[in-house]
Design a protein around this ligand. Structure first.
Ligand code: SF4
Length: 154
């Protein structure tokens, strides 16, 4: 809570917070808070023209590579959730030399491989506590992140 909410005055209300899709039919979901304006324009254009939105479902790493950015994790040892995070933000955080903390949620394409990234983070010097904190912020309630175990860590 201290990491995510600077002033957790109303944190107790989150106990009753549920996904909107549990209450109304959701036709399409745009990730991010805030959402990406280019993705919003693409979605509106697609809906107005009766076509499927052309929005990627791969991981954030693809956006870094397409932009020609050096990987912050490989080059600097900075912890980054890019390999398991949904693309769409334009890889903003790595552009400023910081790791992605996963605000676009888990990547859709193949399902996030949390165990493999955990091993890579471990190999780059992260402690188990740091990995747990990274994995238990915005995405902690998603099915992919629940019941997470970091095998081989002590
Ligand atoms: S945390 Fe990750 S997904 Fe969110 S803006 Fe930064 S790079 Fe993009």
């Amino acid at each position: 809570m201290r990491v995510v909410y600077a002033q957790p005055a109303y944190i107790q209300t989150l106990g009753q917070s549920t996904a909107i899709a549990e209450h109304v039919q959701v036709d399409f979901e745009l990730r991010g808070c805030p959402i990406n304006k280019a993705q919003l324009l693409e979605l509106l254009n697609a809906l107005l023209n009766g076509r499927r939105p052309n929005l990627s479902s791969h991981s954030l790493c693809f956006e870094c590579k397409q932009a020609g950015r050096v990987c912050v994790m490989v080059a600097q040892g900075t912890a980054c959730l890019g390999p398991i995070t949904q693309a769409g933000c334009g890889a903003i955080c790595p552009a400023y030399q910081r790791g992605c903390y996963g605000c676009f949620g888990p990547a859709d394409s193949t399902g996030p491989n949390l165990a493999a990234l955990g091993q890579a983070l471990w190999a780059h010097g992260c402690t188990e506590a740091e990995i747990q904190r990274l994995y238990h912020s915005f995405n902690a309630g998603t099915p992919a992140f629940q019941n997470l175990t970091l095998e081989g860590k002590s």
